[in-house]
Design a protein around this ligand. Structure first.
Ligand code: IVH
Length: 695
């Protein structure tokens, strides 16, 4: 037994070392050498050992990222060395001035060349991580620079943050091609850097929030800040926060001689640094770097808002010192804003699929961040009034990230007096129906279920790829069928024939038969696609999947009461009301009846049988199931009215534990949540229908 324990201890150490190494390769070097599955296996093995010998668990074990289960306290943390901010330089002239000032302060001739390190200015939030003897002890926000907030449990969930600094190898392939500096982790260091979210992760979080009826974030920086300042670390753990480290606060027992040396040492310790930097022999090279990234920023997967220029030598930095809260040895060069001026030629109203009437400014085309912009959204009447946008106005337009350009402000000094104030028309521009604006809503809508523009938008949505995927009816082709009077709504598609299609312009028998085949194929799309294709307000792809899983057939979904809809996890009040209302409209009833009559499948592939036996129960799966796939198991739970979650909390009813179960099992034990084996789980669902999982 004693031997077993010794072996286990040895193996646990090896596994931790391996996992740390793979994390480093994945996050810092960006070149993983094993698959995710292989990583998970090593992780599972370590968990197994730690479960058998809980006394072997170390605080910096990779299994301990969300292990402690403590809420974030936000208690004040005094920074040992204050976190400074940077002065800004706008434009090239100001940057040259700064370079001149640096030399003057150092008593150097104007033609002396100073070595600068130019880095990207990451648009996130800064944090300070304290490592003692190489172990992460606290993570804090910047706060007022002197005192921040303790967000350690959240920082620990970030896999990009090493819980323990690596001892550097003797030779090194660092991201910038340099050699590994030979320094072990010091007794104490405050590591500073920026936490941020990639565009993709930002979009994922917002899409998930939107579907869950939660507020969305305005930009990746707000989302990153919101994720770091979370009370519940399991929420933070579910968001893939990223980070770059670029500065140092207090440090003991170790010295750096330059910014470049600092960054190389960080990389060697396993702290991720940004590879896009340049050691510049003078300000001209810095300017070339800023010009390159003013354009290049578009291609980065995260936001930057400028370039930070630092005097490379720490010796010179010390000589230069600080003024108030900013160092004299660094400055932030801000990119010119992605804004342009142009004129509003007209304001038009667009009718959306759900009848939303959106005012859109038609602009004199203008180049903005590399693309021609000819339209900008005005959102709604309140927005037009707030910004006082008039036809003929000169306006500032801006592109923020990937969203459609918007009007920032009117240049009132350019007004000539003949601009026309705009009022949204009282009727729908497409059908003339009186527009309605429900109390408390900003959006005006066309209430006419037969509005031709609404029908056209709905049809476009119905045939779109993520809905019923009738590929040969993209864009113009569908409009052609509508104008020819052959289709008015989705059900009409199924009544088309070669005889009707062939006489159309640019059609011919071949294309006609392709279209008919594509329409035929759409009859057997999974139920969730059909529900999504109906274009019900607040029902995105994910919500459609949830509804299909729960109700199994369109008939059952239509029969569901408000209470039944609201009882479905992830379906909020607004969505429930929208689904309930829409499915009871006579126009929808008629459409659905005709779709059904045309042979469109309206039940899930498993026949749609559902029960309520797991209603109100929440399951978490961990480890590998052997007799069914994870997806299959989750579907079975949802079909019986249960809920599947990815993290264990007090709200979890059961954790189903498969082979090489992960940290969730540990957490379940800590919280006293009931744990089921795969056999227990199968027995519980013995007479539930379990057909193969569908796409
Ligand atoms: S150096 C004393 N380097 O910009 C110098 N800051 O306005 C400390 N930032 O609070 C900062 N990228 O949040 C530095 N490569 C970079 C940076 C960077 C982003 C942020 C940081 C800081 C702010 C200064």
């Amino acid at each position: 037994m004693a031997d077993g324990r010794a072996d286990a201890e040895q193996r646990a150490r090896e596994l931790r070392e391996k996992l740390r190494e793979h994390n480093y390769r994945y996050y810092v070097l960006d070149s993983p050498s094993i698959s995710d599955a292989a990583y998970d296996r090593l992780f599972g093995e370590l968990l197994g050992i730690e479960e058998a010998y809980p006394e072997l668990v170390t605080p910096d074990s990779p299994t301990q990222r969300v292990g402690a289960g403590l809420p974030t306290t936000f208690a004040p943390i005094q920074h040992r060395v204050p976190m400074l901010s940077l002065d800004n330089a706008f434009g090239e002239a100001e940057l040259r001035e700064w370079d001149g000032r640096v030399k003057r302060l150092l008593g150097l001739a104007a033609d002396t060349i100073i070595e600068y390190l130019a880095e990207l200015k990451i648009d996130g939030l800064s944090v300070s991580l304290t490592y003692i003897d190489g172990r992460l002890v606290t993570g804090a926000t910047r706060g007022d620079g002197v005192q921040g907030e303790d967000v350690t449990p959240n920082i620990r969930t970030m896999r990009v943050v090493p819980l323990e600094l690596r001892a550097p190898a003797t030779t090194g392939a660092l991201p910038d091609g340099g050699d590994t500096p030979s320094a072990g982790a010091p007794p104490l260091i405050e590591v500073r850097g920026e936490v941020f979210l990639t565009h993709a992760e930002f979009a994922r979080i917002n899409a998930a929030n939107e579907e869950a009826g939660l507020p969305t974030f305005a930009n990746p920086r707000n989302a990153a800040a919101g994720s770091v300042r979370q009370k519940d670390p399991t929420v933070t753990a579910g968001r893939r926060l990223d980070a770059f480290f670029y500065a140092v606060g207090a440090v003991e027992g170790c010295a750096f001689d330059s910014q470049q040396h600092l960054l190389r040492t960080y990389s060697a310790w396993g702290l991720k640094t940004n590879p896009n930097l340049l050691l510049c022999p003078g300000i001209d090279e810095v300017l070339a770097f800023t010009r390159m990234w003013a354009e290049g920023r578009e291609r980065l997967p995260y936001d930057i808002d400028g370039v930070v220029v630092k005097v490379n030598s720490f010796g010179l930095q010390r000589e230069l010192g600080f003024v108030s809260r900013s160092p004299r040895w660094a400055t932030a060069y801000k990119f010119p804003a992605q804004q342009a001026r142009t004129r509003v030629l007209d304001i038009k109203v667009q009718v959306g699929m759900t009848g939303a009437l959106t005012p859109v400014a038609v602009l004199e085309p203008v180049a903005l961040a590399g693309v021609q912009v000819a339209r900008a959204t005005l959102h709604n009447q309140d927005e037009i009034r707030r910004k006082d946008v008039r036809i003929g106005d000169t306006v500032v337009v801006q592109r923020a990230g990937e969203v459609i350009p918007e009007i920032v402000e009117v240049v009132t000094s350019e007004r000539r007096g003949d601009e026309l104030a705009y009022q949204m028309p009282p009727e729908c521009p497409a059908c003339g129906a009186r527009a309605m604006r429900p109390d408390g809503e900003a959006v005006t809508r066309c209430p006419n279920p037969a509005c031709p523009e609404k029908l056209r938008q709905r049809l476009q949505h119905y045939v779109s790829r993520d809905a019923m995927d009738i590929e040969s009816l993209g864009g113009k082709r569908l409009d052609q069928l509508v104008s020819a009077g052959l289709v008015r709504d989705a059900a009409d598609l199924y009544g088309l024939s070669a005889a009707r299609l062939e006489p159309l312009e640019r059609m011919g028998p071949r294309l006609a038969s392709n279209i008919l085949e594509a329409i035929e194929r759409s009859k057997t799309r999974p139920l969730n696609r059909l529900i999504y294709a109906l274009g019900i307000r607040h029902v995105g792809e994910h919500t459609a999947e949830v509804l299909a899983d729960r109700f199994g057939t369109l008939a059952r979904l239509r029969a569901a009461s408000m209470e039944e809809l609201r009882a479905v996890y992830e379906i909020g009040d607004t969505t429930a009301r929208s689904v309930h209302g829409c499915l009871r409209e006579p126009a929808t009833e008629d459409l659905l009846a005709r779709l059904e009559a045309a042979g469109v499948r309206t039940e899930a592939a498993d026949g749609g049988q559902r029960s309520d036996r797991l209603a109100g129960k929440t399951f978490v799966f961990t480890g590998t199931l052997t007799s069914l796939t994870r997806q299959h198991a989750e579907q079975t739970v949802k079909r019986a009215g249960g809920r599947v979650s990815s993290s264990v909390s007090r709200a979890t009813t059961y954790v189903v534990s498969g082979e090489s179960a992960g940290s969730k099992l540990v957490r379940a034990r800590e919280l006293g949540v009931a744990v089921l084996s795969e056999e227990d789980f199968l027995a519980m669902l013995e007479d539930e229908p379990r057909t193969p999982a569908e796409a």
